[in-house]
Design a protein around this ligand. Structure first.
Ligand SMILES: [Mn+2]
Length: 339
């Protein structure tokens, strides 16, 4: 039995909005991960199965490693097809925001979504959502937005509109956002949701292989290079990995190629804090992971214009890699001095 956790008032408002419109746009954050794309596509299928004209618009290119989640449904990539995407947004009657808590996470789609004079609904599991939404279904205690979407669909009594593909996409979203159920966010309720999703006949070994255990060869080599040549260990317990543009070019880097790199140092027992800095076109992308009682979301918020969860957070640094690394060492010093 899956517990009803969604606030009945917010849910009723959401159901009313969906019932009163036809055209619905579903958006997720830039650099979509398995949870962002999985929850968005699955909800899109449910809404289409209800007869709605729903469309997923993602800010930028889907990583090749996640293309298997698409399973034949159409969607629009804003950065590739700005005119088409803008027109769909301008003509939509309802905007759904999945797996992000603030419009700055959709990058260049931000002004369009902010200016749209239609109701906006947030369905998300990140802390501190913006207050601009007409309906806010925010559950930071959820393992993933995919889990939350499943609960919304159940509680809205739309279960009959879930099909095999939607179930598979939600399953992938939960698997990827929980480190295949390894993280502390995988409380017993997550297993109950996954058990129900399995009953749609999903191909679990295939989804696991594709979502968790498949990388292109250049990614394997880039990650190996990074660990061997670009990782610094401080005090046997803190890891910093940096990759600049030259490194990335050498291995023909594509979005998603360094997806789980930041987690790798934590497999060493003594290391409790891992940081990865990557030189992206407009900023240094900073990702952090941690274990135990060391929180990285506050660090990413305070120093790197970002945020996230206690043990997994990210941000951006506007400056050179050298400056970012310098700031990182200052943070490490600060932490040591304040202990
Ligand atoms: Mn998520």
């Amino acid at each position: 039995m899956i517990e009803s956790i969604i606030d009945p008032q917010q849910l009723a408002k959401f159901k009313e909005l969906v019932a009163s419109v036809n055209r619905i746009v579903i958006t997720c954050h830039k650099k979509a991960d398995g949870d962002a794309i999985g929850s968005s596509l699955a909800l899109c299928r449910v809404l289409r199965n209800m007869g709605k004209n729903a469309m997923v618009i993602i800010p930028d290119q889907l990583p090749a490693s996640l293309e298997f989640t698409v399973m034949g449904i159409d969607y629009v990539t804003f950065s590739f097809n700005e005119v088409k995407a803008s027109n769909i947004i301008k003509n939509t009657q309802l905007i759904l925001s999945l797996d992000y808590n603030t419009f700055s996470r959709v990058e260049r789609m931000q002004p369009l979504l902010e200016q749209a004079q239609v109701p906006k609904v947030l369905i998300d599991h990140h802390l501190n959502p913006d207050t601009c939404f007409d309906v806010t279904i925010s559950h930071p205690e959820m393992s993933s937005t995919s889990e939350l979407v499943y609960r919304v669909v159940l509680q809205a009594q739309w279960e009959r509109f879930i099909d095999l593909h939607a179930a598979s996409e939600l399953f992938v979203g939960i698997m990827t956002d929980t480190g295949n159920l390894a993280f502390s966010s995988s409380y017993p309720g997550v297993y109950e949701v996954m058990a129900q999703l399995m009953r749609y006949g999903i191909d679990k070994p295939y989804l696991y292989k594709m979502a968790i255990d498949t990388v292109p060869i250049n990614s394997l080599l880039l990650n190996s290079y990074a660990l061997l040549n670009k990782m610094t260990i401080i005090d046997n317990s803190i890891a910093l990995i940096t990759l600049n543009k030259t490194d990335l070019d050498k291995f023909n880097y594509k979005t998603g190629d360094t997806e789980r790199l930041v987690n790798r140092p934590l497999s060493v027992g003594e290391i409790y804090w891992s940081t990865f800095m990557r030189e992206d076109p407009r900023y240094i992308k900073v990702s952090m992971r941690s274990e135990g009682d060391f929180a990285v979301d506050e660090l990413c918020a305070r120093y790197f214009n970002g945020g996230g969860h206690m043990h997994a957070a990210a941000g951006e640094f506007y400056g050179t890699m050298d400056e970012a690394v310098k700031l990182f060492y200052e943070i490490v010093e600060n932490i040591k001095n304040n202990k």
